[in-house]
Design a binder for this molecule. Sequence first.
Ligand code: ADP
Length: 252
Amino acid sequence: MAQPTLKITDLVKRYGGLLATDHVSMSLMPGELHAIIGPNGAGKSTLIGQLGGEVRPDSGRIEFAGQDISALPPAKRALKGLARSYQITSVFSEFTVLQNVTLAMQAHRGHSFGFWTPMLKQPDLVQPALRAIEQAGLSHRVGSLVSELAHGERRQLEMAMVLVAEPKLLLLDEPMAGMSHQESGKVVDLLRSLKGRYTVLLVEHDMDAVFSLADRISVLVYGRIIACGTPDEISANPEVRAAYLGDEDMAS
Ligand code: ADP
């Protein structure tokens, strides 16, 4: 069997007397889109924080592509190919889409700003940037200034800036938050188009999106994974349904 891209074993995070992560174990196989759902306060952000490296677990182990990364800081994890969408903060509004993605490519390569060769004249930077922009569904906006983009398009740009580094694992923390129905539909289409090519861990409140996209879903309640399975298995699980007060909110 193939090696999991991500393997979490017995992860524990305590805040005082509260077990925010209660012996969580899970694996993500290459190419899998795995969603984590759970009520507010279930521990989703804490778990994502531990995977990104911002939150230090009390015990347990995180393996990424077969390597123990439990003690690595966020930047080292990113270099190994673990990408978090929110980490893209350095979007330059006065630059174009292509310039921003090319800059992200340059940063990924570990170069600082080098103005002696104009960035957009370097095919080894521009070509991957154009590919990532296409993957993110933003080709028609290549030359547009970021300040001209709609909210949803800006999210697509952020995704292009993540994809250009060809990450092995994408951690997406509520990518549809604050979006209109139409915009979130675009992100769903985008994630669907990436399916199989990237391994994705998705935390998202939009149940329709989660149930239509995920290969598997893990349900987190009070820091524990109470169920893990396909969307059909999860929506038929009585314990899961009971954990959601608004039972009707769950896709069926
Ligand atoms: P979710 O993302 O599922 O809403 P969180 O991971 O934000 O859940 O929170 C899980 C639990 O841990 C909650 O009870 C929250 O109050 C608590 N918690 C999270 N971060 C901290 C912190 N830095 N200090 C103390 N308690 C925290």
